[in-house]
Every structure is written in structure tokens, then in C-alpha cells.
Design a protein around this ligand. Structure first.
Ligand SMILES: [Zn+2]
Length: 375
């Protein structure tokens, strides 16, 4: 899901919405204002129903956001990098960088969202029964409370990558000690859950005549089916990467063009130009690697200034790039490289250059591995 509009940060975590969340809000407001609230409060005006619907829909979206924040904050506590939270047509997604550090962490991160939904459900339902609130406010609280309960039950279905599926995989992972077998079993269960949702949704639409709810359920089932296939694919890729080290895939030092730190830029470009186009050059000071020269940075220098520039002026210091060692596991290296715009990292043996690793090469390897089906 792409983030269309950024809403800023909460507790340092980036919050964004995809435009499709407008469709979700629209459907909700229409259903609430035209069907639900006229039914519960026939004595109120259409304007009052619309106001109640807007408030309820807003509280629903905030509830989803809080659910995802539950996941994200627990993930941060478990040491994972958090890319951000995006709200869209089917709810919310919290995106993490890298793999779950262990079965216990996956369990804690998965359960944190449903715990938030449970608390919200209890709080809003209790408020609706408190008696002190005006009737219309109590009805909105009741609706927000029960939709959080629905959200809780739905998310706890054992269909990976739903929260319940993650809890199941974490348990299988702990039990078998093998994340790949755990993922395989959890994926089969998820396909069953998805098939039930699609079948149930179609039955609801055709037999019970609830077209909107039925199609909605079937659509969510279909999404789940696709998402669980993606999850299984991801696990296979991670498995394939984990069997390799950085040294297996790096371009060895002998084939890498390096940029001497103190060389004038025009001299280096003339020199490097005929040795093949690379997008990144390790910068060396004698034998020591001191940084990277991204070719894109050269293009950003005004032509009249380029004649006077030195390699050193454009060098990104080692402290600001990802540095790998030949023996690093490839899956860990890819996790770190994916956080960089550069997508390339020098591989160092001490402070000497051993090679250069590029995400493109990793992707090429994955495409060339038939068992992975390419991606
Ligand atoms: Zn969740």
C-alpha cells in the first residue's frame, strides 16, 4: 500500500494515509447516516444522523490507527526498525524493516494490536452504558465499541498475515524451532480461512441477499489469500538469502573501480569513464576505504564547479553508509541495504576493500533461482 498523504508523526512513527481510505470513510458514513443511526434513533433529524456518522467514522479510523500504533510501539521495544503506518481501504498496515528477531517477539508484536482493540471495545461499550451521556453520544460510543470488538475478532482469525495468523506462526515457530516450516503450516491454515471467507461472503451475497456485506467479506478473503501467498514467498526468499553470505554475491575488489580521495574530480571521471559505468565508487585513502562516491552526486555538481572539485568534496563518509563484512549473512545485509537510497554497500575486510554488494545483484540472483519463482 502506497502512502499518498503524510499526516506527520506520532511518537516518532510516520503516519500516512492512502487515498483509498476516503472510500472506506465514505462507505462507512453513508451506511451509518442512511441505515444504522436512523434505525437506532428515529426521533433525530437527518443532520444529526450525519453528524453522528461523521464522528463515529472518525473514531473508527482513530481506533485502527491506535491498533497499528500498538503493533509499532511493541515492535520498536523489540528492536525492530519501523517504516511507518498507513491507513487504507481495508484498515491499517504497520510496516517494519527486516525480519522478526524471534518467535517471542513476533508473538508480542502481533498481540499488541488486538490488546489495544480490546481496551477500546471495553472502554466505549462501558461509556455507552454509563448513563450520563446524551442518547446520541451513547449510541455512537456503542457502535465504536462493537466495531472495535469486530475488529478484534477479525484480526484474531488464524490467517497469516492477520494478527491471529502471526500468533499462530509464532507458536508453531516456538514449537518446531523452524520458521520456514511454521510459515508453511500457517500459510495452509490462512488459505483455508480465506477460502471460508470468500465462500461465506458469496453465500451471504447470493443466498441471504446482503450484497454489500457479502461482497465486502469475499473481497477481504481474496485479499487475505493474496497476502498469505506473499508472506510465504517472502519467507522462501528470506530462507534462500539466509543460506548465503555477502562474499557469495559481492563484486570482488579486483573488479571494483575505486576513487582516490585526493584526486581531482575531472581526472577521476576521465579515468573511471572507460572502465565501465558504476553508480557508486568506494573512495580510498591509500589502501584504506574512507567512504563512497555516488555517481548521482557528481551529476548534482554544477558543470562550471566540476572542474575544481575533488573526489573528497563529494565523498559520503563511512559513518553515513552501511558497511558489510564478507562473512555477514546475506539476509541481514539485504535488510540493512533496503533502508538506504544508495542500495549499495562497501564490503570491508578490516579497513581494506573486499568487494561491493548491490541490491540489484541480489535481486538478479533471486530471479535466477527457479524455486523462488522470481519476483
Ligand atoms: Zn493488527
Amino acid at each position: 500500500v502506497d502512502e499518498s498523504v503524510s499526516l506527520g508523526r506520532i511518537a516518532g512513527i510516520r503516519i500516512g494515509v492512502n487515498w483509498s481510505v476516503l472510500a472506506l470513510a465514505g462507505i462507512l458514513v453513508w451506511q451509518l447516516a442512511a441505515i444504522v443511526f436512523p434505525d437506532t434513533n428515529p426521533e433525530l433529524s437527518g443532520g444529526a444522523h450525519l453528524l453522528m456518522a461523521l464522528v463515529a467514522a472518525l473514531l473508527f479510523l482513530v481506533s485502527i490507527l491506535l491498533h497499528e500504533l500498538g503493533h509499532a510501539l511493541q515492535a520498536r521495544r523489540d528492536g525492530m526498525a519501523i517504516d511507518g503506518i498507513t491507513l487504507w481501504l481495508f484498515g491499517g498496515v504497520a510496516r517494519f524493516g527486516g525480519q522478526f528477531p524471534g518467535a517471542g517477539a513476533e508473538f508480542r508484536i502481533a498481540i499488541a494490536g488486538p490488546v489495544v482493540s480490546l481496551l477500546l471495545a471495553v472502554a466505549f461499550i462501558a461509556a455507552s452504558f454509563a448513563g450520563a451521556l446524551p442518547e446520541s453520544v451513547a449510541v455512537v460510543c456503542w457502535w465504536v465499541g462493537q466495531i472495535n470488538a469486530v475488529l478484534l475478532v477479525f484480526n484474531m482469525l488464524p490467517g497469516l498475515p492477520l494478527d491471529g495468523g502471526r500468533v499462530l506462526r509464532a507458536a508453531l515457530w516456538r514449537w518446531t524451532g523452524d520458521i520456514r516450516r511454521a510459515t508453511d503450516i500457517a500459510t495452509v491454515v490462512a488459505k483455508g480461512v480465506a477460502a471460508l471467507m470468500i465462500g461465506g461472503g458469496l453465500a451471504l451475497a447470493v443466498l441471504a441477499g446482503s450484497a454489500l456485506s457479502g461482497v465486502w467479506l469475499a473481497l477481504i478473503g481474496w485479499m487475505l489469500l493474496r497476502a498469505s501467498a506473499g508472506e510465504a514467498q517472502n519467507a522462501r526468499v528470506q530462507g534462500a538469502l539466509a543460506e548465503h553470505t555477502v562474499a557469495d554475491l559481492m563484486l570482488p575488489a579486483a573488479a571494483v573501480v575505486t576513487a582516490p580521495l585526493h584526486q581531482p574530480l575531472p581526472e577521476f571521471l576521465a579515468d573511471a569513464g572507460w572502465r565501465g559505468p558504476f553508480s557508486t565508487y568506494p573512495v580510498t585513502d591509500g589502501e584504506r576505504v574512507v567512504g563512497l562516491l555516488p555517481y548521482a552526486a557528481v551529476g548534482a555538481v554544477a558543470p562550471e564547479r566540476r572542474a575544481w572539485a575533488r573526489v573528497a568534496d563529494l565523498t559520503v563518509p563511512l559513518a553515513d553508509v552501511v558497511v558489510l563484512a564478507p562473512g555477514d549473512r546475506l539476509d541481514h545485509a539485504v535488510d540493512r541495504l533496503e533502508t538506504l537510497e544508495l542500495e549499495r554497500a562497501p564490503v570491508l575486510d578490516g579497513d581494506r576493500l573486499a568487494g561491493l554488494l548491490s541490491l540489484d545483484d541480489v535481486r538478479r540472483m533471486l530471479r535466477g533461482t527457479p524455486a523462488l519463482g522470481g519476483r
